[in-house]
Design a protein around this ligand. Structure first.
Ligand code: 13P
Length: 254
């Protein structure tokens, strides 16, 4: 059984005071906290504070980063390595987010290098994939997502143990638009991703890799999305900034 995984992506939002408010107000029953994994991925600047204050005050929330550089150290001004992330207490890291692919021209090959570096360092990668509206309308969603999965994830099959990674399917047209994919649309692509993992890595890996849906997930649609067999959790942007909303999302009804 795959443990449901609810992750927030704070993107370029948050200061120590908003983080503190969130930590003070997020709540999940002890019973659900046992059964679910709850993660907030945040700007680098918040990780040390959250690790210390949140670790003490609300330890049910694990922490992650939103980016990493694949080289171990050296002359890469402004970048952050896997070891530096580990030093903050981060246990997860988002890679391949569509905003990074679009605004920072990140390729599948680069995402794959980041995934390998994270796996070598013991941080769980959350690898994002997803199609644009134009690609969906052209009917090439599976082609696009299949290629992203092949080049960013499956490329490392044989070299790395991929069974612990997390994959997030985020249709770009649903991100920050308020327009959620229907649960059928989301399930269809998540099932396709799992079948590719099964076909190209192994059935055991496909059975254990958590596949998340992301794109305007909120309290009003989480229960329906989570009712689908291949959707193991969510990667939540806007609604993860509000402690009450994210508490409700993490406490989705089975
Ligand atoms: P929204 O939930 O704001 O649509 O963002 C989704 C996302 O990009 C998470 O990574």
């Amino acid at each position: 059984m795959r443990k449901p995984f609810m992750a927030g992506n704070w993107k370029m939002n948050g200061t120590k005071s908003t983080a503190k408010e969130f930590i003070d107000n997020f709540s999940l029953s002890a019973e659900l906290a046992e059964k679910r994994q709850v993660v907030i991925c945040m700007p680098f600047t918040l990780l040390p504070f959250w690790s210390e204050y949140g670790g003490e005050k609300n330890p049910v929330i694990e922490i992650g980063a939103e980016n990493v550089y694949p080289e171990p150290k050296g002359a890469y001004t402004g970048e952050i390595s896997v070891d530096m992330l580990k030093d903050t207490g981060a246990a997860y890291c988002i890679i391949g987010h569509s905003e990074r692919r679009e605004y920072f021209s990140e390729s599948d090959e680069f995402v794959n290098r980041k995934m390998n570096a994270l796996l070598d360092g013991g941080i769980v990668p959350i690898v994002c994939v997803g199609e644009t509206l134009e690609e969906r309308e052209k009917g090439i969603t599976q082609q696009v997502v299949g290629k992203q999965i092949a080049q960013s994830v499956i490329a490392s099959a044989g070299e790395k143990d991929l069974s612990g990674i997390v994959v997030a399917y985020e249709p770009i047209w649903a991100i920050g638009t308020g327009k959620t994919a229907t649960s059928e649309q989301a399930e269809e692509v998540c099932a396709f991703i799992r079948s590719e993992l099964d076909r190209c890595i192994s059935t055991a890996a496909a059975d254990s890799i958590r596949i998340l849906y992301g794109g305007s997930m909120k309290p009003a649609n989480v229960d329906e999305l989570m009712s689908k067999p291949n959707i193991d959790g969510g990667l939540v942007g806007g609604a993860s900034l509000n402690a009450a909303d994210f508490s409700r999302i993490a406490a989705f009804e089975e």
